[in-house]
Design a protein around this ligand. Structure first.
Ligand SMILES: Cc1cc2nc3c(=O)[nH]c(=O)nc-3n(C[C@H](O)[C@H](O)[C@H](O)COP(=O)(O)OP(=O)(O)OC[C@H]3O[C@@H](n4cnc5c(N)ncnc54)[C@H](O)[C@@H]3O)c2cc1C
Length: 530
């Protein structure tokens, strides 16, 4: 892990703090953040120019650059990334000699067509791996891991909810429930009103932990789960909206699906053979010298001629770049500082998005450490488990990494990725790595691991001090305020992107990248730049 920490050393601010292992193993251990990026250095004092500069080499920035090239013929692009590796939050780590491969940021994505297109365009079609759509997902309730229904036909039979709870949910979904209050509702308010207390407490509250590490009493239903929010808006109830959506889909059939895309067999999640880092690494290789690593943007000004001048700290010294258009895909709190000299109003709005801390704690146990009642055919099967905050467990949830995707752990071992912290437990930042491991191990022994099992092998403890932007009530208004302030200031050609704009799921970041690329291309065409 010392090697991994060194690989992560960067000129960037500590967006992510890798920590030493709580209980390092004896002997030499090869362990590396998966990155194969190389680049040519910029000439000292160089002044470069580009049609578009993408600031931030996370998934949003890299996909924007790739979409500009593949969809819009805009290839005069520079992607500038403060860290020494591409991928942003995506952090795949490997101990190849021992057969472990794990994720310390996001663990998987929903294989929507935009992400699959990006993967196929990046040459990764044969590297895609999909979780088994029939594998169960569990929620901890009253001391027991209970499967979550994976399709509507399962609804009457699962034991996570009571019969009155299911009836309340069914009637509410049909529209027999209090009307909307006429103001923006939190996730908790919307779900309790539409589907009742049990759906909220046993399904949606832990789901909010799983997606946002968030507090559902503060997250906005409209901003955080817009697709479900729109159902009630469009159809007067959740079921009414679903029927309307299906009818509209029938009237406007989808364009034919790209025949190159693999078809996932059901509702599942996906990754790549060698982990999520394969995607940013593949895009970086394709873009070649257009990706500048260890380039930290320090300022941006509007130039006298059309466009912008961006100033970077780089390993070769200060470098400035003249750009016709710019997209910032960096976290909003970094964008806020950089944009303040241009627009105080935009900076103020951007400074108000909240990113709580999350820690990813990766541990491995022998298979015989798993409780018998949690094994199916002698194996740990499933996607993983979520823990409602009411159940006396600090860990937010646990991904069964070695069950989900192949080749993540050696035979006879299970690999578990645990997330802890989030908006309702920000105190994790002051805990030591061994305290975090102890908290996770203590929790797992309450329901999944035999209380007398051996200590886990600790593979990684990574604390993300500002992990995931929260789409709180008022989020969309703040975003509009930031964009309007830039427009009013005359900063055309300066775009905001990234997860606080598009949505936090990797799939939404990719969709957002396609949308941003269209807007940038349109801008360049409008001003006859292309
Ligand atoms: C612990 C954790 C678990 C998650 N789990 C999942 C999951 O399982 N599935 C899922 O779909 N999503 C998950 N997410 C969310 C998802 O990972 C993120 O929303 C997504 O990766 C964000 O990508 P991005 O490119 O928008 O931003 P980032 O990944 O944050 O990229 C922004 C980049 O900007 C760079 N940068 C910052 N400042 C500067 C500067 N001054 N100059 C140049 N560059 C700069 C940063 O170094 C960074 O590389 C998770 C997130 C976290 C933190």
């Amino acid at each position: 892990m010392v090697a991994a920490a060194a690989t992560m050393a960067t000129a960037a601010p500590p967006l992510c703090a890798p920590r030493a292992l709580a209980r390092p193993r004896r002997g030499s251990v090869r362990c590396a953040v998966v990155s194969d990026a190389t680049e040519a250095p910029a000439a000292p004092g160089a002044r470069l120019s580009a049609d578009c500069v993408v600031v931030g080499g996370g998934i949003s920035g890299l996909c924007t650059a790739q979409a500009l090239a593949t969809r819009h013929g805009v290839s005069d692009v520079l992607v500038t990334e403060a860290r020494a590796r591409p991928g942003g939050n995506i952090t795949t780590v490997e101990r190849p000699d021992e057969g472990y491969l794990w994720e310390e940021g996001p663990n998987s994505f929903q294989p929507s067509d935009p992400v699959l297109t990006m993967a196929v365009d990046s040459g990764l079609k044969d590297d895609l791996v999909f979780g088994d759509p029939n594998a169960p997902r569990f929620v901890l309730w009253e001391g027991k891991l209970r499967p979550v229904p994976s399709k509507p036909a399962d609804l009457p039979f699962f034991d996570l909810m009571s019969i009155p709870g299911k009836l309340r949910a069914g009637l509410g979904a049909l529209g027999i429930r209090p009307p909307p209050p006429g103001r923006e509702e939190s996730v908790e308010e919307f779900v309790r009103r539409n589907l009742g207390a049990e759906v909220f407490e046993r399904l949606i509250e832990p789901f909010c932990s799983g997606v946002y590490a968030g507090d559902p009493s503060k997250l906005s239903m409209k901003a955080a789960f817009g697709k479900v929010w729109r159902l009630e808006e469009a159809g007067g109830s959740i079921i009414g909206g679903t029927i309307k959506t299906i009818q509209e889909r029938g009237k406007n059939p989808k364009p034919e699906r790209d025949p190159r895309l693999p078809k996932p067999k059901g509702q599942t999640v996906a990754s790549f053979r060698k982990g999520l880092a394969m995607l940013p690494n593949a895009i970086t290789s394709r873009l070649g010298s257009k990706v500048k690593l260890s380039w930290k943007l320090t300022s941006i000004t509007k130039s006298d001629s059309k466009g912008y001048v961006l100033v970077y700290e780089t390993p070769e010294g200060i470098v400035s770049v003249q750009a016709k258009s710019v997209i910032m895909t960096i976290p909003s709190y970094v964008a806020s500082d950089i944009l303040r000299p241009l627009s105080g109003d935009a900076a103020d709005a951007l400074s108000r998005f909240y990113y709580p801390p999350v820690a990813a704690v990766t541990v491995s146990y022998p298979m015989n450490a798993i409780r018998k009642e949690c094994l199916i055919d002698g194996e740990l099967q499933g996607f993983g488990q979520l823990h409602p905050r009411s159940q006396g467990v600090e860990t937010l949830g646990t991904i069964y990494s070695s069950s989900l995707f192949p080749n993540r752990a050696p035979a006879g071992r299970v690999l578990l990725l645990n997330y802890i912290g989030g908006a309702t437990n920000t105190g994790i930042v002051s805990k030591s790595e061994s305290e975090l491991v102890e908290a996770v191990d203590r929790d797992l022994r309450k329901m999944l691991i035999n209380p007398r099992a051996v200590d886990p092998l600790v593979l990684g403890v990574r604390v993300w001090p500002q992990a995931i932007p929260q789409f709180l009530v008022g989020h969309l208004d703040l975003l509009d305020a930031a964009k309007s302030a830039l427009n009013l200031g005359g900063y055309d050609g300066l775009f905001l992107g990234g997860n606080y704009v598009a949505g936090v799921a990797l799939g939404r970041c990719v969709e957002g990248a396609y949308e941003s690329a269209s807007q940038i291309s349109e801008f360049l065409t409008k001003y006859a730049y292309k």
